[in-house]
Design a protein around this ligand. Structure first.
Ligand code: NAD
Length: 290
């Protein structure tokens, strides 16, 4: 490291809190070293109270770009100069690109998910999607899937504080894209199951399956599954959620966890900020994920 960092080294940051557990510094610094790029990536513990000063710091220090995570993904929007169409629709930014002092906000969670699916040979264009969840992940996925040409997105959310966001996401999709979006309470189990039988893909963008909900799967009826159904769970720890175990045990072979989405949201941000490709295989190896 002492040999690698010089007076010429460029900085990329991550601003969020809590942030010390993040895998992003390893992903980015391993990528810089592997690609021979004169950059460094550092995580800064920044919450809403320090956000405005942090954004001023990005400009003042000519930090080349920044990742943004909770609790700053929404709050950063008015502090930037330009917002990408997807980030505007999603109402969230996870990547800032510093173009000579002009700060542009992007969101790469949705593009990361779509790229992870493409890498598995699945193109969302023209497809019917059943989607559970309307939090940060569900919103980014609904928006990107529609921007990428999904035919229909049928959103199901339980009757909690995220239901209104699900309604809002469907409205944005219907008003801004050619995709037809609907919202139904997840409590309507008959409608949920029927939707899965009619869909090309079921995406679970809820925190069901992740600690402390390891024992929760929103789907438990094997009769709605078909061997050609694609199932994508945004959760990647544990690597096999209760949902993925259940569908695999019942003949679904195209069942994927959220690891690809996590890696490719980073890869998309890396490309936006540096113009280079993240060496994904090397990153997986560095994280002990292959
Ligand atoms: P959030 O808190 O913003 O939203 C949570 C969503 O899950 C809401 O729609 C809520 O209604 C739903 N939900 C939670 N528990 C449920 C249950 N028992 N039954 C039905 N619905 C339930 O969270 P988020 O930021 O959108 O994250 C959701 C999950 O996605 C988390 O597990 C997170 O770790 C994961 N995630 C993964 C990636 C990735 O790159 N793979 C990226 C972002 C988030």
């Amino acid at each position: 490291m002492a040999e690698r960092i010089t007076g010429h080294t460029l900085l990329v940051s991550l601003i969020a809190t809590p942030i010390r557990h993040s895998m992003s510094p390893t992903m980015w610094n391993e990528s810089f070293a592997k690609n021979g790029m004169d950059y460094a990536y550092l995580a800064f513990e920044v919450g809403n109270d320090q956000l405005e000063d942090a954004v001023k710091g990005i400009r003042a220090l000519d930090i080349k770009g920044s990742n943004v995570s909770m609790p700053n993904k929404q709050k950063i929007i008015p502090l930037l100069d330009e917002i990408s169409p997807a980030a505007k629709l999603a109402g969230a930014v996870n990547t800032v690109v510093n173009q000579d002092g002009h700060l542009v906000g992007h969101v790469t969670d949705g593009t990361g998910c779509m790229r992870a699916l493409r890498e598995e040979g699945f193109d969302i264009k023209g497809k019917v999607v059943t989607l559970t969840g309307a939090g940060g992940a569900g919103t980014a996925i609904a928006i990107q899937a529609s921007l990428d040409g999904a035919k229909e997105i049928r959103i199901f959310n339980r009757d909690d504080e995220h239901y209104a966001t699900a309604v809002e996401n469907a409205r944005k999709v219907n008003e801004n894209t050619d995709t037809a979006a609907t919202v139904t309470p997840l409590e309507d189990q008959e409608a949920f199951k029927k939707s899965i039988t009619e869909s090309d893909i079921y995406i679970d963008a809820t925190s069901a399956g992740m600690h402390p909900q390891e024992d929760v799967s929103l789907l438990d009826d094997p009769s709605v599954l078909r061997p050609d159904l694609v199932v994508f769970d945004v959760v990647y720890a544990p690597a096999e959620t209760k949902l993925l175990k259940f569908v695999r045990e019942n003949g679904v072979t195209k069942a994927y966890n959220g690891l690809g989405m996590m890696l490719y949201q980073g890869a998309e941000a890396f490309n936006l900020i540096t113009g280079e490709e993240m060496p994904i295989d090397h990153v997986k190896q560095a994280l002990g994920l292959d």
